[in-house]
Design a protein around this ligand. Structure first.
Ligand code: HEM
Length: 159
């Protein structure tokens, strides 16, 4: 029987994944197509800045909660050995996705892509939005695959 704290950590892990990847899904399927349809470049930029400034802190917090609860579960399960066992590829996938999003949220986006994108949104908004949309679709599909694999793996369905 797993302890209470393990259950709490697992619930928080899943809730944070819901908030975070749910936000990525909403941005990808609702906000970006709306942004693409706006006529004025100023409005595009305004919407982008509004959504980004509100979603980024939320996504960063969720990312942190997912990482901390994931580490706690690994410790509680004594499951570090999974990382040298290929049958647990879904564990590698979870951590890899977490690292990719961490790099995007804390380094690449605010320091590199963000400022460049702001300029592009002013000069070539159509191209810039199309590029952001493509990247978001890629991250969303990848995330959904990892979530499916993690649930299947955690329930012992992957061998
Ligand atoms: C540092 C990063 C992460 C670590 C250390 C980690 C660790 C874990 C651990 C130990 C489990 C429990 C496995 C078991 O019970 O056998 C788990 C479950 C799970 N994780 Fe992660 N994880 C991380 C990141 C992520 C990410 C990025 C996602 C999805 C976007 C994710 C989604 C899930 C899901 C859906 C479950 C299954 C929960 C359930 O069905 O109850 N994890 N994770």
């Amino acid at each position: 029987m797993r302890g209470l704290w393990f259950i709490v950590a697992r619930a928080l892990h899943v809730l944070a994944v819901v908030v975070w990847i749910g936000g990525v899904a909403a941005v990808t399927t609702v906000v970006l197509p709306t942004m693409r349809r706006l006529d004025s470049n100023e409005q595009k930029l305004w919407l982008f800045e509004q959504v980004e400034s509100r979603f980024r802190p939320q996504a960063r917090l969720a990312w942190l909660v997912v990482g901390l609860t994931g580490l706690y579960m690994l410790y509680a399960l004594g499951a570090w050995g999974r990382f040298i066992d290929a049958r647990y590829w879904w564990m590698h996938a979870m951590v890899a996705l977490w690292v990719v999003f961490g790099l995007m949220l804390f380094i690449v986006e605010p320091l590199v892509v963000g400022p460049r994108l702001q300029r592009k949104l002013k000069s070539e908004p159509g191209k810039a939005v199309a590029r952001i949309e493509k990247l978001h679709w890629l991250l969303l599909v990848l995330s959904l695959c990892v979530i499916s694999a993690a649930v299947a793996g955690a329930y012992g369905w992957l061998g």
